[in-house]
Design a protein around this ligand. Structure first.
Ligand code: GDP
Length: 440
C-alpha cells in the first residue's frame, strides 16, 4: 500500500504535538524536522522536502496556531493543505478537444505500464460514454501490438494497428479512421525504451508535431521513486508533456514520486494506477491523497470505487434478499466476489477514516476470503441454499473438500445464522418505522 511508512512516521511526529496544550516554536520545529526526515525516507526529492517543511513551519509558528485551542490539530491541517498544494491543488482533468476526436498521446519507458494504462484509460472513458480508439504506435517491442490488442479486447475498445508501419503515418490514419467511425477519443500507445535516448525522443517529437495531441501523458512507475521523477523531468524538457499517469501505486510503499512530480516538473499527476486489473485506475485527487497520507482516510474514493466496481443490480438484488430472510450461502459467496473486485482488504480499510492509521495493528489476510469461499464452494447447491441440511458427516465432507477444518465450517455456519438473525431484526425495525409513519 502506498505511503505506509510515511503515514506512520507523520502520525508519530504529530502525536507529540497533539498531546500538548500549547505549542512553542521549538515544538513545531522539532516536529518539522521529523516530517522532513520522514519525507526523505519516503524518497521525496530533497529540495521539495526542504521547501515544504519550511513553508509549513512558517505558517505553523504563526499566532493563530500557537494560540488556538488545538494547536496540534491546526498543524496537521496546515500539513494537509500544503501536501495537497504540493501535489497540484485541484485535480487535473483531461483537456478534451472542442472538435473531436481528442488525441491523447501516451509515452513512457518500457515496463512503466504504458500499454496497460492505455487500455485502463480507454475503459474509464468508455464507461463515461466516450467512444475511444486505441492505436498501436509501438512498433519496436516484440508483441507490443498483440499486447494492446489483448487489453483492448478486454476493455471492449477497438484497436487500430498498421503493423510496423511508420508510427506517425499510423497515428494520422487512426485519427482519420476515428473521424469516419465516430470515435471521439484517440489514445496513442507510443514506443518505449529501457532508457531515454535521442532516437526515441525524435520519434515522439515527430508524432507530436504531426498529430498535435490535446494531451501528452507521461506514464511513470511510482515504485522507481526519484528515478521516475527524473524521467518525468527529462521527458517534460524534451517533449513538453501535459500531465502524468503514476502507475503501480499499489506496490509503492514510499510515495516519493507522487509527492515530488508536480513540484519538480510543474506538470500535474492526472491519473494513478492502483493494480493490474483494467479497472484499477483513479483520477488523481491531491486533496484525497493528502488525507490518505495523513492517515485520515479517503471516503470519497471508496464510494466511487464501490459505484464503479460493484455490480449495482446485484447489490440491489442482494439488499432485497437480505430483507426477505432468504439470504443464504450463495448470496454470501456473491458478496465476497463483489468485495474482491474492490481490491485488497487493506486498501479498502486504508480509505476509512480512523482505521487507516491503525492498520499495522490489525492482522488482515486476504486469503481468508478465499478460504471461506472454498468452504462455500465445497457445499452442494442444495446445502448452500438450505444450510439446515448440514449434518456432521456433510460438514466433514465439506471440510475435507475445501482443505479447511470442521471448526471453520461450523464457524461459517454460525456467522451466516447470525447474519440472518441480524437481518430479521433490521427488517422488523424498518417495518416498525414504516408502521409509525402510517399511523401519523
Ligand atoms: P509498458 O512496457 O510500459 O507498456 O508496460 P506494461 O503495460 O506492459 O506493464 C508492465 C507490467 O506492469 C505489467 O506486468 C503490468 O501488469 C504491470 N502494471 C501496470 N500497471 C500496474 C499497476 O498500476 N499496478 C500493478 N501492480 N502493476 C501494474
Amino acid at each position: 500500500m502506498a505511503f505506509e511508512g510515511l503515514s506512520e512516521k507523520l502520525s508519530n511526529a504529530f502525536k507529540k504535538l497533539k498531546n500538548k496544550g500549547k505549542l512553542s516554536e521549538n515544538d513545531v520545529k522539532e516536529a518539522m524536522r521529523e516530517v522532513r526526515l520522514a519525507l526523505l525516507e519516503a524518497d521525496v526529492n530533497y529540495k521539495v522536502a526542504k521547501e515544504l517543511t519550511a513553508k509549513i513551519t512558517e505558517r505553523a509558528v504563526g499566532q493563530d496556531v500557537m494560540e488556538s485551542l488545538t494547536p496540534g490539530q491546526m498543524v496537521v491541517k496546515i500539513v494537509n493543505e500544503e501536501l495537497t498544494e504540493l501535489m497540484g491543488g485541484d485535480n487535473a482533468r483531461i483537456e478534451f478537444a472542442s472538435k473531436p476526436p481528442t488525441v491523447i498521446m501516451l509515452c513512457g519507458l518500457q515496463g512503466s505500464g504504458k500499454t496497460t494504462h492505455a487500455a485502463k484509460l480507454a475503459l474509464m472513458l468508455k464507461n463515461q460514454n466516450h467512444r475511444p480508439l486505441l492505436v498501436a504506435c509501438d512498433i519496436y517491442r516484440p508483441a507490443a501490438i498483440d499486447q494492446l490488442k489483448v487489453v483492448g479486447a478486454k476493455a471492449g475498445v477497438p484497436v487500430f494497428e498498421k503493423g510496423t508501419q511508420n508510427p506517425v503515418k499510423t497515428a494520422k490514419e487512426a485519427i482519420r479512421n476515428a473521424k469516419d467511425y465516430g470515435n471521439d477519443v484517440v489514445i496513442l500507445d507510443t514506443a518505449g525504451r529501457l532508457h531515454i535516448d535521442e532516437e526515441l525522443m525524435d520519434e515522439l517529437k515527430n508524432v507530436k508535431a504531426e498529430v498535435e495531441p490535446n494531451e501528452i501523458l507521461l506514464v511513470i512507475d511510482s515504485m522507481t521513486g526519484q528515478d521516475a521523477v527524473n524521467v518525468a523531468k527529462s521527458f517534460n524538457e524534451k517533449l513538453e508533456i501535459s500531465g502524468v499517469i503514476l502507475t503501480k501505486l499499489d506496490g509503492d510503499t514510499r510515495g516519493g514520486a507522487a509527492l515530488s512530480v508536480k513540484a519538480v516538473t510543474g506538470k500535474p499527476i492526472k491519473f494513478a494506477g492502483t493494480g493490474e486489473k483494467l479497472e484499477d485506475i483513479e483520477v488523481f485527487h491531491p486533496d484525497r491523497m493528502a488525507s490518505r497520507i495523513l492517515g485520515m482516510g479517503d471516503v470519497l474514493t471508496l464510494i466511487e470505487d464501490a459505484q464503479n466496481k460493484i455490480d449495482q443490480d446485484k447489490a440491489e438484488e442482494m439488499a432485497k434478499k437480505m430483507m426477505s430472510n432468504k439470504f443464504d450461502f450463495n448470496d454470501l459467496n456473491d458478496q465476497f466476489a463483489q468485495i474482491k473486485k474492490m481490491g485488497p482488504l487493506k486498501g479498502i480499510l486504508a480509505k476509512i477514516p480512523g482505521i487507516a492509521n491503525q492498520l499495522d495493528n490489525i492482522n488482515i489476510d486476504d486469503r481468508q476470503i478465499d478460504w471461506t469461499q472454498a468452504i462455500i464452494l465445497s457445499m452442494t447447491p442444495e446445502e448452500r441454499s438450505n444450510p439446515s441440511l448440514l449434518n456432521p458427516s456433510r460438514k466433514r465432507r465439506i471440510a475435507a473438500g475445501s482443505g479447511r477444518s470442521v471448526e471453520e465450517v461450523n464457524r461459517l455456519i454460525k456467522q451466516l445464522e447470525q447474519m440472518q438473525k441480524m437481518m430479521k431484526q433490521l427488517k422488523n425495525k424498518t417495518k416498525g418505522t414504516k408502521g409509525g409513519k402510517k399511523r401519523k
